[in-house]
Design a protein around this ligand. Structure first.
Ligand SMILES: [Fe+2]
Length: 134
């Protein structure tokens, strides 16, 4: 499960509140998978999550463009890679249903990736934005 804590705060309210929402959606997905919920239910959450992630990346990228963030290209690339991996996982879950291999892959992409991305990449963005937005 993902637990939000102050150590993951970017200091930008709009971004932090989206991260918290994202964590709760990811947790619903992981528990649906763990409880062996059907393909359809897992798929519904995945579809929602995919849309939410796209909106969230859009918010961050808008900030980066607006404030001419120097690390924009590499940050954006991380987002694009995530979307690619997420779509691949979604397809596999769709065709195979939940199995232990996909459960591990989901855990990695949904828990580890976000922990690392927020902890490093988004926090660096937050630190930059805080010098621009008073
Ligand atoms: Fe980000």
């Amino acid at each position: 499960m993902l637990t939000w804590s102050e150590s993951l705060s970017t200091g930008i309210e709009a971004i932090d509140s989206q991260h918290k929402e994202l964590f709760s959606r990811i947790n619903s997905l992981l528990s649906a998978m763990a409880q062996g919920k059907g393909k359809d239910q897992v798929k519904d959450i995945l579809v929602f999550l995919g849309d939410y992630v796209a909106t969230h990346f859009g918010t961050e990228e808008k900030y980066m463009r607006q404030y001419l963030y120097p690390a924009y290209p590499s940050h954006k690339r991380e987002h694009a890679e995530y979307i690619e991996r997420f779509n691949r996982l979604k397809q596999k879950l769709d065709s195979e249903g939940v199995n232990s291999l996909l459960a591990i892959e989901s855990q990695e992409l949904l828990v580890q990736w976000w922990g690392t991305h927020i902890g490093k990449t988004d926090k660096a963005l937050g630190a930059f934005l805080r010098t621009k937005i008073s």
